[in-house]
Design a binder for this molecule. Structure first.
Ligand code: ADP
Ligand code: MG
Length: 386
C-alpha cells in the first residue's frame, strides 16, 4: 500500500525542487444521519473516513501561494496581498479560499509567508464523501501551523466553510468541515449547527464486528449549480412562511400547522428537515443506550424521507439501499447532499461480500450504472502527518 505522506512529499520535491516543511492531512467524511439539516441550524452526525487529502507545504520567502495538485496538470499562483474570492475558480478556489476566509475573519496575515503547496488525495471526488472539505481542512491545519495562528479546530472548520460558501459558491453548512476537523477514531461527531457545540459519540463498530459500506452510485452531483440550491431555497421559503428564522426552531408538533400554511411540495421539504433532526437526536440516544445494532430503522427512515419528501435521491441509490437491507444490512441510506453521490449501509463485517455483490447484481439487472462499493473505517480528523 502506498504511503501517501511519502508520496505527497516526493511529488512536492519533484514539483518544487526541495523538500516540504511538512505534510498535513484531513479526511473525507460520511454523514451517518442528518441530511440537509446543517444549513437549517439543526443536527448532524458525521464521521471521518480512512481516505484523506494530503497537503505537502513548503515556506517561501515572498508572499506568493503556489499550488499544484496530483489531480490537475496546471500550477496556480496567487499573492497573499490580492486574494479575492470573486476571481477564484476551479480547484484552487478551495485552497486560496481558505487563506482569503482567514483574512475575512479578521485574522492578520500581513506577516504570513508565501507557501508552495502540493495536494495529493485518495478521497473520491464528487462522490458525496466531501473531497472539498478534506482539501480545505488539510490546507487549513497547514496554514494554521505554518503561520502560527493558534486557531482551534472549530475555528478552522468555520474558515473552510466560508471558503466553500464564498470562494467556491456552494451554500453548504458546517457539517463537512466539522467532521474533517473534529472526528475521532471509531466515533461520530454530534454537531449542533445552531450552537456549534460538537462532541464525539462512540460508534463501537469494532466491538460489535460491524463495518460501513459505501456504495458510490457514480452519478455525479454538482452542489454549486444543482438541486441543492433549490432545496436550500425551499427551506428558507418554508421557514419564512412559518415565521421562524430557521427550521431548527420547529419540531414534529409544528407539522400540522406547517401543512396548513405551506404548499404541498414545500411542506414535504420541511417535513424531511424536521423529522431528520429528530432522527439524529434519536440516533445519538440509541447509540449511547443500545449500541450500533439498534439504529437500523432510523437509517432506513432517513432514506425514505430523502427519497419521498426531500426528493434528493436517484434510482441507483434507492435500489442500492433496498437491496442492501434485504441482503442483511442493519440499515442503509443515502449520504451527502444528494442527486447522485453515495449511500451507506451498516453491515456485519462478515456479510460485506454478500451484500456488495447483491447490490451490484441488482443494479446491473435494472440496467443502472455500476456502483463502486468499498468499506470505510471511522477515523481521526485533520492532523500533521510528517
Ligand atoms: P465532493 O466534496 O463531494 O467530493 P465537491 O464538488 O464539493 O464534491 O468538491 C469536489 C471539488 O473539490 C473538485 O472538483 C475539485 O475542484 C476539488 N478537489 C477535491 N479534491 C481535490 C484534489 N485532490 N486536488 C484538487 N482539487 C480537489
Ligand atoms: Mg463537497
Amino acid at each position: 500500500m502506498t504511503d501517501h505522506r511519502e508520496a505527497a512529499a516526493a511529488a512536492f520535491e519533484a514539483a518544487y525542487g526541495h523538500a516540504p516543511t511538512g505534510v498535513w492531512s484531513a479526511p473525507g467524511r460520511v454523514n451517518l444521519i442528518g441530511e440537509h439539516t446543517d444549513y437549517n441550524n439543526g443536527y448532524v452526525l458525521p464521521f471521518a473516513i480512512d481516505r484523506r487529502t494530503w497537503a505537502a507545504v513548503g515556506v517561501r520567502d515572498d508572499r506568493q501561494l503556489r499550488l499544484r495538485s496530483t489531480f490537475s496538470t496546471y500550477e496556480v499562483v496567487a499573492s497573499l496581498d490580492t486574494l479575492d474570492p470573486a476571481t477564484m475558480d476551479g480547484w484552487s478556489a478551495y485552497v486560496l479560499g481558505v487563506a482569503w476566509a482567514m483574512q475575512d475573519a479578521g485574522i492578520d496575515l500581513s506577516a504570513a509567508s508565501g507557501l508552495d503547496i502540493l495536494i495529493d488525495s485518495d478521497v473520491p471526488v464528487g462522490a458525496g464523501l466531501s473531497s472539498s472539505a478534506a482539501l480545505e481542512c488539510a490546507v487549513g491545519v497547514a496554514f494554521d501551523e505554518l503561520w502560527n495562528l493558534g486557531l482551534d479546530k472549530l475555528a478552522l472548520a468555520r474558515v473552510g466553510r466560508v471558503a466553500e460558501n464564498k470562494a467556491v459558491g456552494a451554500p453548504t453548512g458546517l457539517l463537512d468541515q466539522a467532521a474533517s476537523m473534529l472526528a475521532e477514531d471509531d466515533h461520530v461527531v454530534f454537531l449542533d449547527c445552531d450552537t456549534e457545540d460538537a462532541r464525539p459519540v462512540s460508534l463501537h463498530l469494532r466491538d460489535e464486528n460491524l463495518t460501513i459500506l459505501v456504495m458510490n452510485s457514480n452519478v455525479e452531483h454538482e452542489h454549486a449549480t444543482g438541486g441543492y440550491g433549490d432545496r436550500f431555497a425551499s427551506c428558507a421559503k418554508g421557514a419564512a412562511a412559518l415565521g421562524v428564522t430557521t427550521l431548527r426552531e420547529i419540531g414534529e408538533s409544528d407539522l400540522p400547522r406547517a401543512q396548513e400554511a405551506l404548499d404541498e411540495e414545500t411542506y414535504r421539504r420541511i417535513r424531511h428537515v424536521v423529522t431528520e433532526n429528530q432522527r439524529v437526536l434519536d440516533t445519538v440516544a440509541t447509540l449511547e443506550a443500545e449500541g450500533p445494532r439498534a439504529i437500523g430503522e432510523l437509517l432506513n427512515a432517513s432514506q425514505a424521507s430523502m427519497r419521498d419528501d426531500f426528493e434528493i435521491t436517484v434510482p441507483e441509490i434507492d435500489l442500492a439501499c433496498n437491496t442492501a437491507v434485504v441482503a442483511g444490512a442493519i440499515g442503509a441510506r443515502m449520504t451527502g447532499g444528494g442527486f447522485g453521490g453515495s449511500a451507506i449501509a451498516l453491515v456485519p463485517a462478515d456479510a460485506v461480500e454478500t451484500i456488495a455483490s447483491a447490490v451490484t447484481t441488482a443494479l446491473a439487472n435494472a440496467g443502472l450504472r455500476e456502483p463502486t462499493i468499498f468499506t470505510v473505517t471511522p477515523s481521526q480528523g485533520a492532523r500533521r502527518d510528517y
